[in-house]
Design a protein around this ligand. Structure first.
Ligand code: ZN
Length: 226
């Protein structure tokens, strides 16, 4: 890279300004004049292959997004730490008044794999963060099937954690908010949505809704509640 050859990222910034922005200028200006009013809070894994806007066909102003390793929600334990995820959930509910929360995990999730296999000792924060997946892990060797199941269980676990927050529960109970659990299968281009009635994840191509809400406790096929 030299001063004469702008790097690829800079070229992409210029392309946004010259190609995309002119076609959507009015939309951006309206969003500034009127403010943002997204209806959906999207909590997704940081994985680069998960593309919330592409999956949902949305554009500027439509999704309020939280991304973190694993798409995890810390438990409501009164610790009130410097927690970006919980702060963003509060902002979405109390300031933006979103009507839906989507928790979106995905296939081949490095967070779930790392929760089984461990991470470098140096990754102190990551190690403690990954403990948020513990309850979703199965007491088996992490086969591809076990990893897939754990990814899905982790999504449902986050829905349960969300329901433990009084600001979430009260809105769900008065039908002002719905919770949706999704598992995106990268190689199939298919989002599987959690259907609480069926107790399972159904491909969006076959499902009758985008995940059932209000959320109800998930009962595993063997009758145990996750
Ligand atoms: Zn992931």
């Amino acid at each position: 890279m030299t001063a004469q050859e702008p790097d690829d990222l800079l070229l992409r910034l210029r392309r946004f300004r010259s190609d995309y922005f002119p076609r959507h200028q009015q939309r951006f200006q309206d969003l500034v004049a009127e403010g943002q009013h997204p209806k959906t809070l999207f909590i997704g894994c940081s994985d680069s292959r998960l593309m919330p806007y592409l999956l949902t066909g949305t554009g500027p102003g439509e999704l309020f997004i939280i991304r973190n390793v694993g798409a995890f929600v810390p438990p409501c334990d009164g610790s009130h730490g410097l927690h970006g995820t919980v702060a963003a959930i509060e902002f979405a509910l109390l300031e933006l008044k979103v009507e839906r929360i989507v928790v979106c995990g995905h296939s081949h999730c490095g967070a779930i794999r790392a929760a089984y296999e461990g991470v470098a000792d140096e990754a102190v924060a990551l190690k403690s963060w990954l403990r948020l997946a513990d309850e979703a892990l199965l007491p088996v060797r992490p086969s591809p099937a076990a990893l897939r199941r754990s990814e899905q269980r982790a999504v449902v676990l986050q829905l349960e954690r969300l329901m433990a927050y009084p600001m979430v529960r009260s809105r769900v109970e008065r039908n002002a908010l719905t919770l949706h659990g999704w598992h995106y299968v990268i190689e199939e281009g298919e989002v599987h949505v959690f259907d609480a009635q069926a107790g399972d994840f159904l491909p969006a191509s076959l499902a009758s809704n985008a995940g059932t809400g209000p959320y109800q406790p998930y009962v595993e096929h063997d009758g145990s509640i996750l």
